[in-house]
Design a protein around this ligand. Structure first.
Ligand code: AMP
Length: 169
């Protein structure tokens, strides 16, 4: 569990850690690889979410997932770009977040992921939470903790408690 004072100060920043869906570059699961290849090359994000026609989150796609398919026995071929759809190659095992306030889960998942899709209980895509946004919160915490709490080394607190106890006896 995250220490309560740490969580309390991080929440003090009042910044929204969510990048809302309308600002996130996405592709449709029915798009062919040619389209996705162009989008990924132009926007320069390593990986982006894949949605269905009703904006449900379906998976993630990256350039290496496409180039992997382009590697044939005799070299590189672009034939698959026209014939394959993104839903055939996307990553479907993806950790997602349902509660944007669940800092505990967000921090744990972001150890291994660059970003987390934020969805509702019907898997409707609502945006992403990125490592970068969480780092801004950690930066806020590092610069503001002592404005809200006095941190004592644990051994000193124990000593103070013992002294108070023996005085009251
Ligand atoms: P950042 O922490 O800002 O470097 O973002 C980490 C990753 O999140 C990027 O490499 C992308 O895969 C994804 N990402 C961040 N912002 C966007 C966006 N606006 N649209 C799509 N993907 C994004």
């Amino acid at each position: 569990m995250i220490d309560k004072p740490i969580e309390a100060v991080m929440r003090e920043s009042k910044r929204d850690i969510l990048i809302p869906a309308d600002l996130v570059a996405t592709v449709n699961e029915e798009n062919n690889l040619q389209h996705v290849f162009l989008v990924l090359t132009k926007i320069k994000y390593a990986k982006i979410p894949v949605l269905d026609n009703d904006s449900h989150f379906k998976g993630l796609v990256s350039l290496p997932m496409i180039t992997e398919k382009m590697l044939g026995n005799t070299g590189i071929t672009s034939r698959c770009l026209d014939t394959m759809k993104v839903k055939e190659i996307m990553q479907t095992e993806v950790p997602t977040i349902y509660e944007r306030d669940n800092l505990e889960a967000i921090l744990r998942y972001l150890i291994d992921e660059n970003f987390l899709p934020y969805v509702d209980h019907e898997n409707y895509f609502k945006g992403i939470i990125t490592r970068r946004e969480i780092f801004k919160e950690v930066n806020f915490l590092a610069h503001n903790f002592s404005k809200h709490y006095i941190a004592l080394p644990a051994y000193l607190e124990k000593k103070l408690n013992q002294e108070t106890k023996s005085k009251s006896m």
